[in-house]
Design a protein around this ligand. Sequence first.
Ligand code: LLP
Length: 417
Amino acid sequence: MGPGVLTLDPALLAGIAGRCGTPVYVYSGNAIRAQYHALQDALQQIPHRIHYSVKANGNLGILRILRQLGAGADIVSVGELHRATRAGFQPEQIVFSGVGKTEAELEQAVRAGVGFIHVESAGELEGLIAAAERTGRAAGVGVRVNPDVTADTHPYTKTGERTTKFGVPYDEVVGLARRIATDPRVRLRSLAMHIGSQITDVEPYRRGTVRLLELVAAVRASGVHTLECVDVGGGLGVRYHEEELPSPRDFAAAVAPPVRAAGLTLLLEPGRFLVANAGVLLTRVLYRKHAGGREYVIVDAGMTDFVRPSHYHAHHEIVPLRDGNRPSRVVNVVGPVCESGDFLALDRRLPLVEPGEYLAVLGTGAYGFVMSSTYNARPRPPEVIVEGDRWYVARPRETLEDLVRGEVDEPVEWQRL
Ligand code: LLP
């Protein structure tokens, strides 16, 4: 799947936009399956499990597709635990990462039987042991390691460097492993890393995996023999624009051999790789406008619906659904939100589009809807899933009433301490 190319039939998309209105997210079930199989095939030679990273796109319909493919889930909150279990994922096949899990979250995860609770600090380990004590259940633990490797990606999505907030510092891991081994309420099952997101080079994975395997050896040498898995995290990049990508086979070749040699199962936590290019955001052109020598295309989707261009200056291809040769223009594609940072593309050469026509913003299946907001009191858009020539609304458009649900305009219950 490349950029600039619609993997979904434009006529079908126009029909969906007509029925559901715009903006609307549309996802292709088959595009997700193709990505999953590509990764699965590349890893055939090694015992492994793919844990889909729910944060990329947590729609229950998407989760169901991945669960049916045999994926486990990677979660970062009890909200995602709720989604994953609602979609039928077995708790045993869930990994729970995150630097700031609360006592309540740890307890719920232990109670639910989450297979791998990743601790990211010594303090959190003590919290987890306390949660296991309270619930009377033993907890499966992974130590998320800070592998101290740099990946070339956006500063906001680098997570493997020595100075980040993520993971246990490399030289503290063996001590933590020994602490776990001496406590019957916790069992050390894996060492994990996640070095960043939208990574387009396998070298940081190779280096990070070697670092993890050095730690596996050190942990074993210290007398701890319970490790079952090495988790190399997510982060596999996709093609949004002109990125040169390694193939899933290149990736497998970089990470699998040392894990296999150690007799361990390889775990992965991909999000974006599985869903980004399976999704488009459809939007309608409202107006064209000129200002100070710039040309604007004003559309009905904004940063509230899709924040990646504003937040990361991310490039997402935009293509009109209507074909035909037309002259092109360099334009800014902007939304209706009251912020100058509300844009989908700046200085972009696009065919001369007209008010009323539909545009598809590509590569929006990951970190799209999940990062949307209702700022400016804009109801969030619907999500549609396409299977072949059929489709269904997997989440309806929010209503105006949804926007005020639960709010109190007339105080009825004053409280005093
Ligand atoms: N595992 C962990 C522990 C993570 O923190 C993440 C993503 C993943 C797996 C999945 O990463 P992926 O395979 O999707 O790259 N909002 C940003 C991306 C933030 C990623 C955060 N962690 C964006 O729109 O680019």
